[in-house]
Ligand binder design. Structure first.
Ligand SMILES: Nc1ncnc2c1ncn2[C@@H]1O[C@H](COP(=O)(O)OP(=O)(O)OP(=O)(O)O)[C@@H](O)[C@H]1O
Ligand SMILES: [Mg+2]
Length: 338
């Protein structure tokens, strides 16, 4: 039976640790936890790990040149691209980075709904390109995190002008870079499903990609195809998120493990997100999961993924049966390992 594990305990955005403890205790994903001080006899092993785990109030170190232009893609539809865009985007904003999320799913836009910003989208990129409004009028600033802005390409059900494509998006990214208030740290592009024109448009300005997949064979085949297309487009920095993971099904050998997925796709793992009914609730409320208090497992997993994205870090998947027997603090720290 296999579960993933974090490569680095220090990577965890532990602002949520304390409030999350009781939640973890009641969940079968992880070893039951209690937040107790270290016993002196456990010192030799735990000192460094505890130290790194308690670096929770540090800000992650932003790696790479800004703005980081990241496309969230998958190939297969409905695997969680928009959910990932909303949650990673807001996590990054909570970590104090400026973020612009572009909904490039033109025909079936719904990032605005997930973010609860649907009533505030008055202008879109099409109006900007037509000269009907300025770029800053089309940017919708989130009231909860003012360093997060949403940009929609077009109104729902409206047709794109012929000729709208990758070049228009590259122009848009350049325009965002040269804004008066400064370039954002992250531009995150929510890609449509499939590999046709919408996909090509969405990936054109990106220099890195997050590939979202679910642990099923159809999603994996599409993810593999998309990986090849991204590489052909010159995007070499591709990391994956395995979404909707169910340990009960993995244990029953009814679902591929995250390690299996990683071995099949051969991509660095940015995060593994459990199946969580709260995702659906938060989607319907327009209140992304990562804002929930106390956080849920999926919310924490998204936060961790955002943290790794900032530092261009990744995590490892390991077999559950390989996990050593461990004491309290080891459980505490390793409980964030999948
Ligand atoms: N970890 C999860 N647990 C439970 N439900 C989830 C999870 N992730 C996503 N979902 C649900 O799956 C559905 C599809 O998610 P989402 O819209 O993010 O996928 P998508 O890849 O953007 O789809 P599309 O290809 O249509 O754009 C939504 O109803 C969402 O709430
Ligand atoms: Mg979507």
């Amino acid at each position: 039976m296999i579960l993933p594990t974090n490569a680095r305990a220090s990577s965890f955005p532990t602002t949520s640790l304390h409030s999350a403890t009781s939640f973890y205790s009641s969940n079968n994903f992880f070893t039951p936890l209690t937040f107790k001080p270290l016993k002196p006899k456990s010192k030799p092993y735990s000192t460094t790990l505890v130290k790194s785990a308690l670096q929770w109030n540090r800000k992650p170190q932003l790696a790479g040149d800004t703005p980081r232009v990241v496309v969230i893609t998958s190939g297969k539809g409905g695997v969680g691209k928009t959910t990932t865009t909303a949650n990673i985007g807001l996590s990054l904003a909570r970590l104090d980075f400026s973020v612009v999320a572009i909904d490039a799913d033109v025909g079936l836009r719904n990032l605005d709904l997930l973010l609860g910003l649907e009533n505030r989208v008055n202008y879109t990129v099409i109006e900007v390109l037509n000269g009907d409004c300025r770029l800053d009028q089309a940017l919708v600033r989130d009231k909860r995190w003012s360093n997060f802005e949403l940009l929609c390409i077009s109104k729902p059900r409206s047709k794109l002008p012929i000729g709208f494509g990758g070049k228009a998006l590259v122009w848009l990214v350049d325009a965002l870079k040269s804004r008066q208030e400064g370039s954002p740290d992250f531009i995150i592009i929510d890609c449509p499903a499939g590999i046709d024109a919408g996909f090509i448009t969405a990936i054109t300005p990106a220099n890195e990609a997050v590939l979202v997949t679910t642990p099923d064979i159809t999603s994996l085949r599409d993810a593999d195809r998309v990986t090849g297309l991204l590489e052909c487009d010159g995007i070499r920095d591709i990391k994956m998120i395995v979404n909707r993971v169910r340990t009960d099904m993995i244990k029953g050998e009814d679902m591929m493990s995250v390690l299996d997925v990683q071995e099949m796709l051969g991509l660095p793992l940015l995060g593994a997100i459990p199946e969580d009914a709260e995702v659906i609730r938060s989607t319907n409320r327009g209140y992304p999961l990562v804002l929930n208090k106390p956080p849920t497992l999926a919310g924490l997993a998204f936060e961790q993924a955002a943290w790794r994205l900032v530092e261009q870090d990744s995590m490892q998947a390991v077999a559950v049966e390989e996990e050593p027997k461990r004491g309290l603090w080891k459980s505490y720290i390793f409980s964030f390992h999948w």
